[in-house]
Design a binder for this molecule. Structure first.
Ligand code: ATP
Length: 434
């Protein structure tokens, strides 16, 4: 299983999914850049989430809030006082660790010595900066450590402008920043990452129902996109794991090469957040039901997922090796909705005679699908490259195509090849990819 992790990390660099950031300067503290195919995969993960959470529903609206935010928000939310992790230093080797993630709280995993840790101190994970040219206390700003607070602080704006009423949700996808003590496992835990979060505001007596609904709904999303059943589980938190305001939290977990770990948390947060911001801001953050004359502070169900972490899990789940015509092949069996390219157009040779038709086919496909075009190297090597980046269909234009006006469609998984008239290619692929 450890091998799988290394294989995927290698593939990411080799094929242009993920590069170490500032690579030419030796990298920069566990930050990563998403390359030509990585940016497509990551966008597709976020688009699949948005489609399921916003586009296919009429009870969730979107938001894109600012990343820079004033201390008042984080004071009210409790992040300034308690968004901390316990930090310990090893007095022997000087390494630093997050105490709650150590297998043995007394054993240094770096130098192997016992009893060398300092007392744990609470380390705040928020990145602090200054807005404007003067680095005074009054100019302090924070990079958001989660996207959720943007939904709470805009609750009133959205309620007044969107014509929604509880139960309804506000969804957001975007970057978050946490000064993690030990970023690790490639893009699993980084200091800069992307989240996909939704706050679902409900009448208080419906909270339990919606909590259970969102646990099932979110679990289903991963399965629908091809995560194998045996690598996915929904784990309810034990009572001693729950935050003080949460009456229920479940994690969607994936079986990573190092064991089960979190992809997403679904929490029943009660009215904690809206009440905290109402008290701190002096605004009324509640809902008045004109029909019943009832006024209440909605309760909140929050499915909070990581986009970059989930992308990595999809890569791990999709990685496969098999044999084709006696040759080893690496293939990413990504769901077609997630694959960076849905189609690759590959003229059989670079000969000029084939280029115009191949380019016509490409231009016909481009408005409908994300396409790659590759005319270098032998066709077998080009198939291998497309398999490695997970392209579900390759279209080959050959010399017969010039006569019969037909091309070959090759299926990544079954390796089946079928001849299709050029005029029917878009419809055929639409059918297969719908
Ligand atoms: P952990 O306990 O692993 O630090 P968390 O429980 O604090 O994470 P949440 O605050 O619930 O995480 O964030 C929601 C989701 O955001 C997580 O399930 C994860 O997918 C993602 N996430 C959180 N921190 C990071 C990080 N440092 N790097 C990448 N993704 C992250």
């Amino acid at each position: 299983m450890k091998d799988l992790f290394d294989q995927v990390v290698n593939l990411c660099k080799r094929r242009g999914f993920v590069f170490p950031s500032a690579d030419i300067y030796g990298g920069f503290r566990s930050t990563y850049d998403y390359g030509p195919v990585g940016v497509l995969l990551l966008r597709n993960v976020k688009a699949a989430w948005w489609r399921s959470m916003v586009q296919l529903r009429d009870d969730v609206v979107g938001l894109d809030a600012a990343i820079l935010s004033p201390p008042a928000i984080w004071e009210a939310s409790g992040h300034l006082s308690s968004f901390t992790d316990p930090l310990v230093d090893c007095k022997s080797c000087k390494e630093r660790f997050r105490l709650d993630k150590l297998d043995d709280p007394d054993l240094c995993p770096s130098c192997g010595k016992r009893g060398t840790f300092t007392e744990a101190r609470q380390f705040n994970l928020m990145f602090k900066t200054h807005a404007g040219p003067v680095e005074s206390e009054g100019a302090v700003a924070y990079l958001r450590p989660e996207t959720a607070q943007g939904m709470f602080t805009n609750f009133k704006n959205v309620l007044e402008t969107s014509r929604k009423r509880p139960p309804f949700g506000i969804a957001q996808v975007g970057k978050s920043f946490r000064n993690e003590i030990t970023p690790q496992n490639f893009v699993f835990r980084t200091r800069e990452f992307e989240q996909m979060e939704m706050e679902f505001f409900v009448p208080p007596d419906e909270a339990q129902h919606w909590y259970e609904y969102w646990c099932q709904e979110r679990f289903r999303w991963y399965q629908e996109l091809g995560m194998p059943e045996e690598a996915l589980r929904l784990r309810p938190h034990d009572p001693d794991e729950l935050s003080h305001y949460s009456s229920g939290t479940s994690d969607v977990e994936f079986l990573f090469p190092w064991g089960w770990d979190e992809l997403e948390g679904i929490a029943n947060r009660g009215d904690y957040d809206l009440r905290a911001h109402a008290t701190a801001s002096g605004e009324r953050l509640e809902y008045f039901d004109q029909a019943s004359g009832e006024r209440y502070v909605p309760h909140v169900i929050e499915p909070a997922a990581g986009a970059t972490r989930t992308m990595m899990a999809f890569l791990l789940a999709a990685y496969d090796e098999d044999e084709v015509n006696g040759e080893a092949r690496t293939v990413l069996r990504l769901h077609h909705r997630l694959a960076p390219y849905q189609v690759a157009v590959l003229p059989l040779s670079k000969k000029e005679a084939l280029t115009p038709l191949a380019r016509d086919v490409l231009r016909a496909l481009q408005p409908h699908f994300m396409c790659d075009y590759d005319e270098t190297q032998a066709i077998g090597r080009r198939y291998r490259r497309q398999d490695e980046i997970g392209t579900p269909y390759c279209i080959t234009v050959d010399f017969d195509s010039l006569e019969d006006k037909a091309v070959t469609i090759r299926d990544r998984d079954t390796l089946e090849q079928v001849r299709v008239p050029v005029d029917a290619v878009v419809a055929e692929l639409r059918d297969r990819l719908s």
